[in-house]
Design a protein around this ligand. Structure first.
Ligand code: HEC
Length: 233
């Protein structure tokens, strides 16, 4: 084999993969076309635009900085590639009080407002693409979902059932401060015989606002709605 063939072969084997795994998806996803809603399948007309509220940009940064993506995915895979859609409340709620079963696969619009789609590296912990809704509906019933998140970040082993949780505590995102007057609304604990309170810092607030924005609660156009077949699961 001549050196020329070798170099050409090397460039082709890495180049083709780079083109199709990096360049083509990048170009396609950078310029997302608005989706036209279809009267027949969506029951309405107009343009679909993803709704998301919260401190998404800086919350996503805190999420990235603290390596949450190392253990948590944000990707509900198609059923041919895994059983994510059938895991309890991962891809939407199985029994949404208003809309019934809202589970569906992830689509690119789910990452709107984020610089990177943090699909994750491994799945040590549960998928977080619907964690905002899951926590509000299942864990923090009646309570404040933001408080649930603060407590989890402060001490993931607080719940006796999760005494072995390997989710790291992120206590450096909280401060202990002296109570003057009444305790603050977002205090997660009162310590030191009622003299001090533990409150989330701005990083924890941004992160929790971001986690709360991870909700699969919006109806998406039929062309994007890869939901499980209604007769199964
Ligand atoms: C070392 C791996 C690891 C890292 C890093 C990690 N987690 Fe976790 N996480 C887990 C595991 C394992 C669980 C499941 C046990 C539990 O619920 O505590 C979990 C559970 C959770 C849950 C509860 C989800 C549910 O539906 O019950 C949330 C929310 C969460 N993690 C948020 C985070 C955030 C935010 C970060 C980054 C600041 C993070 N985790 C970093 C491993 C990790």
């Amino acid at each position: 084999m001549s050196l020329r063939t070798f170099i050409f072969g090397l460039a082709a084997s890495f180049g083709v993969a780079w083109l199709f795994i990096i360049v083509v998806p990048f170009i396609k996803m950078r310029n997302l076309e608005p989706i036209q809603l279809n009267e027949a399948t969506d029951g309405t007309t107009g343009i679909f635009y993803p709704k998301r509220t919260g401190r998404i940009t800086n919350g996503a940064l805190v999420y990235a900085e603290n390596g949450c993506y190392l253990c948590h995915s944000q990707l509900i895979r198609p059923t041919y590639a895994g059983n994510d859609l059938y895991r309890s409340d991962w891809g939407g709620l199985k029994a949404d009080p208003d809309r019934g079963d809202t589970r569906r696969e992830t689509n690119v619009y789910d990452f709107s407002g984020e610089k990177f789609a943090q699909i994750g590296v491994s799945r040590m912990g549960p998928d977080l693409s619907n964690v905002g809704l899951r926590v509000s509906a299942n864990y923090a019933t009646g309570g404040d979902p933001a408080k649930w998140f603060y407590n989890h970040l402060y001490n993931p082993r607080q719940d006796p059932k999760l005494w072995k949780s390997t989710c790291p505590p992120f206590r450096f995102m909280f401060s202990e401060r002296l109570i003057t007057g009444n305790p603050s609304n977002d205090a997660i604990a009162i310590v030191d015989d009622g003299k001090k309170e533990i409150v989330p810092d701005s990083d924890a607030q941004a992160l929790v606002s971001y986690l709360l924005s991870l909700k699969k609660d919006q109806a998406v156009p039929a062309v994007l709605n890869f939901a499980p077949p209604k007769n199964k699961g």
